[in-house]
Design a protein around this ligand. Structure first.
Ligand code: KG4
Ligand code: ZN
Length: 338
């Protein structure tokens, strides 16, 4: 199945062309996964401005489709002839941003008479591991989604059946990274900047709290950790940025891993999957890899090119949805959940 996928839920405009086959363990070929990042546009504001994102998506979508066709050596008309399905993110995300992708996808579907499927952005992150090196996929599995808007733990009994066992009660982990970056006067998006600074700092220099780590549930809370960083900076005018970044990161990662590994033990999980922008963090994935090795279970991170927001993962989740015969209303659903 050839899928043209469209993603505009936040500040990346993305269009991908992927080929999907198989059902028990589907496989995907990415023919193109074009991402136009708006980082530079939102950076002066320290975060994403929804209406600016909308304006940029509207401008970028036709440009990306043209570029994709050119890359495939075809006119858009010819390219669209070979498409079996169009997939578009319907949520969660910024409503004005979501609508731009939805409206564009609807027009394409109408013009070229193609089926259109609405997908859940979080399922995209969840299934992004399918692009990785998945020699051994075994269940039950624990899925950890760590993005700018979400932090959740899932118990998966198969590729298509899961239940949420925990999530953040306040800030998402990516959001905490971004806010700490802002406090440290590092540019937006803060996650990669904090990771970079942390590499040069001492992670044991400041004792930040490990929120909710001792509680028996699988929920997270990162707002208290963020506030501790704020108070530390207020009380220690002369501080080393790198030490603050490293100590914050150590607390955040220890919390994520502590809860994830407890779920692994309780449910007898045989593998861990991870998805979402924060999965780009090497300290996190290295620590998870180590914990999985110790436990004798598999760890499957997504391939690097599908970690942060992209349309290829939206195509993959659309394919999984067709296997499940799962359909959604094609309207923006900013609070869509898993
Ligand atoms: O999944 P994503 O691209 O967009 C959402 O769905 O939210 O995630 C973006 C988030 C941002 O908060 C960004 O700071 C964070 O992922 N992020 C990172 C890293 N790279 C991106 N956080 C920590 N370390 C990184 N290397
Ligand atoms: Zn995302």
């Amino acid at each position: 199945m050839n899928i043209l996928a469209i993603e505009t839920s936040c500040d990346e405009t993305s269009i991908a062309l992927i080929e999907a086959r198989g059902d028990k363990l589907p496989s995907f070929v990415i023919h193109a996964n074009l991402v136009s990042s708006q980082i530079k546009i939102h950076r002066p504001f320290g975060g994403v401005v929804p209406n600016l994102a909308k304006r940029e998506h509207i401008k970028n979508l036709p440009i990306l489709l043209k570029r994709l066709s050119k890359r495939q050596g075809q006119e858009t008309k010819t390219l669209m002839k070979n498409i079996d399905m169009i997939a578009v993110t319907v949520g969660p995300g910024l409503e004005p941003a979501l609508w731009t992708g939805i409206n564009f996808a609807k027009e394409l579907a109408k013009e070229y008479k193609k089926p259109l499927l609405g997908t859940n952005h979080l399922e995209g992150h969840l299934y992004s591991f399918l692009f990785g090196n998945k020699k051994t996929v075994s269940f039950p599995a624990v899925g950890l989604i760590v993005s700018g808007g979400h932090t959740m733990l899932l118990l998966m009994t198969s590729l298509t059946k899961w239940k949420k066992i925990g999530e953040t009660r306040d800030d998402a982990i990516g959001e905490a990274y971004d806010k700490v970056a802002r406090m440290l006067e590092l540019p937006y998006p803060g996650g990669p900047e904090v990771e970079r600074a942390a590499k040069m700092g001492n992670p044991t220099s400041i004792e930040f709290p490990r929120p909710m780590l001792d509680q028996k549930n699988y929920d997270f809370s990162f707002s208290g950790l963020k506030t501790s960083v704020l108070y530390y900076l207020r009380d220690h005018v002369s501080h080393k940025k790198e030490d603050v970044a490293a100590s914050f990161q150590a607390a955040a990662i220890e919390t994520l891993i502590g809860k994830t590994m407890r779920a692994v033990k309780e449910y007898g999980a045989k593998m861990i999957l991870i998805g979402g922008g924060v999965a780009a963090n090497k300290s996190l994935t290295n620590a998870l890899k180590k914990a999985c090795k110790k436990e004798g279970i598999a760890f499957i991170p997504p391939a690097r090119n599908v970690i942060t927001d992209n349309a290829a993962m939206i195509g993959a989740s659309a394919y999984m949805n067709t296997l499940q015969k799962k359909k959604r209303r094609i309207v923006a659903q900013s609070n869509l959940n898993l």
